[in-house]
Write a protein that binds this ligand. Sequence first.
Ligand SMILES: [Fe+2]
Length: 192
Amino acid sequence: MHTLSPDRLRKSEHAINTLRKLFARFGSLTLGEYCSQQEHARQCATLAQLQGSERSLICAAFLHDIGHLQALDANIPGTGAEGHPDHDRIGAQLLRELGFSAAVYQPVAKHVEAKRYLAGAEAEYQDKLSRTSENSLNIQGGAMCAVARGEFLQSPYAREAIQLRRWDEGGKQQKLEIPGMEYWLSLCQEEL
Ligand SMILES: [Fe+2]
C-alpha cells in the first residue's frame, strides 16, 4: 500500500467513484453478450490475474469496455443496444482523464484493433468471437491484412492489447465465482 498526497488521494477517489457509478448504473446490461458488463469486466480481470499479469494490465482487462458505459452515461451519439462502436477510444480517453497511465489506457484503446489483428492472423479466431463481437468486426474495419498487422505489432502496447483481447473472448461466461466489484476497484485505485 503506497502513501498518496492529499491531492492525489482526492483524484484517485474521484476516479474510482466515477468508475463505481458507471458500473452501478449500467453494469447489469449485457449489451448483446452472454453475461452482464460487470460480470464480463470481472471475468476478464480474473483471467488476466490468473496469468500473473502486471497490475496495470489486470486493470486494463477490468476496464476495457468502460467506454460502452461512458457512452451510455454521457448520451454520446451512436450508442445502441450493443454499446458504442468507438467504445475503445471513448474508454481510453476517460481512463486517461481519470489519471491512469498509458499501460492501462493504451491496451484499452487498442483492444478493437487487436480483434482485427487476430481475425487476420489466426484462421480459427473468428470462430471464438461472440455473435455481437463478430457483427461489430465488419463495422470496425474487418480483419487486418498482413501489412496492417505488421504495422500494428510495431505500435506501443499492441502485444498487451492482443493478450487483453484473448481474455475478452474468454470472459463472457454465464456464471463464474470470482471476486466482486470492490476487489477490482481497489486494485484500480492502487494503480493511480
Ligand atoms: Fe469486452
